[in-house]
Design a protein around this ligand. Sequence first.
Ligand SMILES: Cc1cc2nc3c(=O)[nH]c(=O)nc-3n(C[C@H](O)[C@H](O)[C@H](O)COP(=O)(O)OP(=O)(O)OC[C@H]3O[C@@H](n4cnc5c(N)ncnc54)[C@H](O)[C@@H]3O)c2cc1C
Length: 353
Amino acid sequence: MGVIGAGAIGLSTAWHLAQRGHHVSVYDPRLNDPVHRQGSANDLSGTSASLGVLMGHVFRRSSGRGWRLRRRSMELWPQWIGALQTHQPELKLDLGLLQIAEDEQAAERMEGLASQRVDLGLEIVAKEALNKVWPTATHGGLHSRHDGRIDPLLLQQALREALNEQSVEQTTTAVVHLERNNNNKWSVHRADGESTLHDVVVLSTALTTDTLLEPLGHARAMTPVLGQALSLQLTTGPTSWTNWPSVLVDQGFNLIPTSPGRLLLGATVEPGDCAAEAPMTLMRSLNGRAPEWLRTATVVAQWNGLRARPMDRPAPLLEELEPGLILASGHYRNGVLLAPATAEWVAAALEQP
Ligand SMILES: Cc1cc2nc3c(=O)[nH]c(=O)nc-3n(C[C@H](O)[C@H](O)[C@H](O)COP(=O)(O)OP(=O)(O)OC[C@H]3O[C@@H](n4cnc5c(N)ncnc54)[C@H](O)[C@@H]3O)c2cc1C
């Protein structure tokens, strides 16, 4: 089968399918590029731009597909990381995510979630306990023991190496056209003029998916939503991150300590695909709630990326559009989080009797 697109979704799906004994080929011109953010800060795939935050158990809803996918991914991640560490020993699951309550209403909602999900590792943190970490948290917060973060660059490296070990064929050319043949196979036509036949194709091409789908009569429009991220070096403030969780979320901004005196900050959500200065300034000040040490930190690196948000349909798009044509795309804000559950969904879709 052919997997088109090798971001978190395509790589994870290809790996999972290869482990289950399928013969897999992956197509993506980006497979030629090393996985890093240097020099290409405005031309990153969604996965390379991402922060890798896994907000699984703090999801507001307690039923429906979104909740099921999140729970399943969070069950699978520890096993996946264990297996992928063979290829990338530094890859790890940094556990512990703290959401700050913005107001009394948010604090009440968090209390409700924590009381329902004690078994899943959620607990309320009183404001007094947050004094050292985040003094502006006047309404306390919600700590999730099993949510956290993985490094999306290390993840991609590990998955690429895992694909090599599984002898997955990797083609570094873009796919320009898909065609269904009379014998129910799919011709995958590439930009270099070559084409290959597959029984099944999986589309994990994020924002460009419609270019391949529209000619087949399956339009699934997506809109870009830009996110910005900063790597910061502190000049004052905490010298170590003792007592800090792996991820602190305040008003939707993620703060991720990476090493002593260093942290990542992101990501603003702006419709469109152009980075503007104003949201960046807002992010640095956290709407006026940032501690002094964050406002005075030096920017070491800065990048942005696009999230693919499905229009008129909930994210992600997981569908078998016609026999052998599987769509696994449009993961919007949670593609890294949902990668294992997505891979499992694809395998189930194509293995069903
Ligand atoms: C700033 C930012 C922060 C984020 N933070 C988080 C986070 O903390 N946690 C989280 O879970 N998610 C986060 N996300 C969202 C997450 O990054 C995406 O949901 C996820 O990366 C989607 O993965 P993907 O594989 O579908 O897409 P991508 O990573 O964009 O990969 C798509 C791939 O398809 C390839 N492709 C496209 N067209 C073709 C073609 N015609 N032929 C061959 N290949 C093709 C592209 O080259 C690309 O490599 C963030 C996103 C951004 C922008």
